[in-house]
Write a protein of this length. Sequence first.
Length: 243
Amino acid sequence: MPRFYIPPFAWNPDRLALDSAEAHHAVDVLRMKEGDRATVFNGEGSEAEVEFAKVGRQGVELRRLSVHKAPPLACRVTLGQAIPKGKNMELILEKATELGAAEIVPLLSERTVVRGTEAEHERKQHKWQRTVVEACKQCGQNWVPRVHPARTPKAFFESGAKYDLMLIASLQADARSLKERLAEFGGRPKSVLILVGPEGDFTPAEIALAKSHGCRALTLGSIILRTETAALYCLSVLNHELQ
């Protein structure tokens, strides 16, 4: 069944409506018509099964059939991802959504190749937020991850965000497996931060900065992974152990 997104500020279970972009997708792309059914969701756990009651030039009227609320995952996982080259960031965003990440923080590390102005980063943030919405529509996720503005690791730590467990993917000798890190924690964290570096990894100074703020080095095994593979590996094992 097709899925469409209604932002939280526009979510009214008694009067559900699609914005112009979603209406265009439904009517002009999918060729949906009166009597067809779909699912709409608000990105904060709520979804509704609806019927297309009226389709016309003035818009789409929806008839609510049922409403459901999905609970959030047991652990809120934040991915701090150094921005990679090319379109790999969009791949990471899509797969992070499928793997249940709650937040994604794009990081401008010292070895990040992709640079730009503040305005360019703002445009990318809006584009990336739309990417995770589209991923939610495809995979059935009713909780849309928040994509933060791009920032340096230093600015990120200075923001004061708090997590039960903070991890950084690392090739250093003191890196330990996730099972060992969870055993050290002594329970099941409700929130986890995982940092993944760019091509060439974080610099020693960035790793030291992360550790000084409480991050523990996490090994991903003996094989060196590409940054996009490392991100998906980390999210997968966290999902397996904590969700």
